[in-house]
Design a protein around this ligand. Sequence first.
Ligand code: DX5
Ligand code: ZN
Length: 219
Amino acid sequence: MKKIQISPSILSADFSQLGAEIKRLEAGGADMIHVDVMDGHFVPNLTIGPPVIKALKKNCSIKFDVHLMISPVHKYIEAYSDAGADIITIHPEATENLQASISKIKELKKKVGISLNPETKVDVINDYLNQVDLILIMSVNPGFGGQKFMPEVLDKIKELKKIQKEQNIDFDIEIDGGINFENSKIAIEAGANILVSGTTIFKSNNGDIKRNIDLLKSK
Ligand code: DX5
Ligand code: ZN
């Protein structure tokens, strides 16, 4: 089994001191930083763009796991790559040509992630699985932090694990949305090896980040 990694979402951080929040996450044992990029079009919320990511990245050495919830995504891939994204995750519905977008991320020497919304089936990306570094399974409808976990998406993780075995291919399986100390265990058992968490990391146990990261990993 792969080592379990935690990718805290800065969506739940104190935006008035994002740099310091990232330092706290690094010190607390985060494996990477999950950056939720929203455009008010692909999803109903608006968050941060490349200049903010660039400024944050300058002051730290941790990997940036950038989740792009923007459409059309293709023309922005390079800007997020230049800003310092290490993993660039896109949604198939947000690009006119998924193959071209995957190739673009690879050309830029970044890790490729593809994200599946709760209602999106694995079939949509079957033909691309041998090219990706990561599949991000959404366990809430994207757009906001603090939503309720949808356990039915775990079947897709099991399906992906089966495909990995049958086709002898490897990629990380990340889960995003509503992860807490109760459901982290079933997500890991299903086969997820990277857990994204915003609310649980920043708000549980009075914001004791190290404790919350340790608890999510140990469950
Ligand atoms: C939702 C985002 C998630 C979310 C995670 O669109 O992709 O990363 O903010 O936050 P919690 O853990 O609060 O659900
Ligand atoms: Zn996300």
